[in-house]
Design a protein around this ligand. Structure first.
Ligand code: SF4
Length: 225
């Protein structure tokens, strides 16, 4: 279909319903998958998100499970040497940088918070290696607090829709906070990660069979399937 064809007004409630249906059969976003497996504490979610940075889900999921099988609480991880953590997460990108960060977080949680990471955004953002994406995802998934986590998929898809117009994930987060109904703040990441990986892909998105084609502005899409 040509982008010159007139579009329906973008209806976020309808889009969410359609995307829910579309991703039902797809692999879940990594953090939501881990949460369903029981790795759903704020600490586990935060550590898993750090492991996932610049790493494909196919690698980060088994890597997080590998670490948590050996140690999954701040007290347990603080007992490990950095070298042991590094060996356990060696499959993920930047493991040599992430290992000391993970150990330092575990140690601070033990020393300052009695061994349990609080659901406090300022605390999460105070750790080296933790940015808004991971802090918001951990708070959303583990604490049920409404924060929007914008990764490359959420950024790409919502801008292609024309729902926001922002040049970076950080700006997309701000734009979504202003427009997206709060009831979707946690879910948007769970939906758009698989949607972006398998349907609205980085190159050659599957527009011709996409369920939201009639209202998507296809911003920046020059070729599609
Ligand atoms: S696949 Fe195409 S139609 Fe669907 S959301 Fe992405 S750009 Fe829009």
């Amino acid at each position: 279909m040509s982008r010159s064809v007139s579009k329906e007004p973008f209806d976020i409630d309808r889009a969410v319903r359609l995307v829910r249906d579309a991703v039902r059969r797809l692999p879940k976003a990594a953090m939501f998958e881990l949460a369903e497996e029981g790795f759903n504490s704020p600490f586990e979610q935060l550590i898993a998100c750090i492991i996932s940075i610049r790493t494909y889900d196919e690698i980060s999921l088994p890597t997080a499970r590998n670490l948590f099988t050996r140690a999954r609480t701040p007290a347990d991880i603080s007992q490990l040497a950095v070298e042991e953590i590094d060996a356990l997460i060696r499959e993920c990108s930047f493991h040599e940088r992430k290992a000391p960060q993970i150990r330092a977080i575990a140690q601070r949680v033990v020393d300052e918070y009695g061994g349990a990471l609080p659901c406090d955004r300022e605390v999460l953002l105070s750790f080296a290696g933790v940015g808004p994406k991971c802090a918001n995802l951990a708070l959303g998934v583990a604490c049920g607090e409404p924060f929007i986590s914008v990764d490359v998929h959420v950024h790409r898809v919502t801008n292609r829709w024309g729902y926001v117009s922002a040049s970076t994930p950080e700006r997309t987060m701000t734009a979504l906070e202003a427009r997206l109904p709060r009831r979707y703040w946690i879910e948007i990441n769970r939906l758009l990660v698989p949607f972006g990986k398998h349907i609205c892909t980085g190159s050659l998105p599957r527009c011709s069979t996409c369920p939201v084609l009639d209202m998507c502005q296809q911003v920046g899409v020059t070729n599609h399937r």
